[in-house]
Structure formats: C-alpha cells, structure tokens
Design a protein. Structure first.
Length: 109
C-alpha cells in the first residue's frame, strides 16, 4: 500500500472540510470524497472524522474576515467556558454556531 504525502493529506482534508460544510451528512460526504480521490469509503470516513475532530481549527478554507461583536459579559464568559470545554477557540465556536444557524434547513419526510 502506498502512503499519502503530506500535500495529498492536506488536499484531502481541505476537500473533506468543504464537503462537510456543503453536505453535513457523513455518508454523502464520504461517498463524494471517495469518488473524488479514489479512496476506500473507510479511508474517506477517516478524513471526515479528522476534520470534525481537529482540522477545522488548523485548515482555513477561505480568507478570514475579522468582525466585532458586542455582548454582555455574562454571555461572553459562558461562550468562553463552552469553547474551553470543547477544546476549541472562542472564535471557532462562534464560527460553528453561525454556520449551523445559516445552514440550509433539511426537511425529512
């Protein structure tokens, strides 16, 4: 079996991150990643799991823009505590919350 290079891993992780942003369903994202890079579905799931656990904080997909938010001190402390418990930065927690808020609604039924 041939090992992936660092560049290949980085490319696959970036693709996995984009796929999860577009298709929050792991099965759909795994299938798309598998097809795109010729990976086994199991390996595709590994890349997606890495993205969910660690890579979002390390691999920016697009240029970042700084914004300023005003909130009460108590809300800011709660936000910081939640981020600390999840092991991520406050900025990443806010990014995830805003992305979830703006994600298209999925209809079941």
């Amino acid at each position: 079996m041939i090992r992936s290079t660092r560049a290949q891993k980085a490319e696959r992780l970036k693709a996995a991150r984009r796929l999860l942003a577009d298709k929050p369903d792991m099965a759909e994202a795994a299938m798309a990643l598998s097809r795109r890079f010729g990976l086994s579905r199991r390996q595709a799931y590994r890349y997606l799991a890495l993205v969910r656990e660690d890579a979002p904080a390390r691999l920016p997909v697009a240029k970042s823009v700084t914004i300023t938010l005003k909130m009460s001190a108590s809300l800011a402390h709660r936000l910081q505590g939640r981020a600390r418990r999840r092991g991520i930065t406050t900025s990443e927690l806010v990014r995830q919350a805003v992305a979830a808020l703006l994600a298209p609604k999925r209809r079941h039924g």
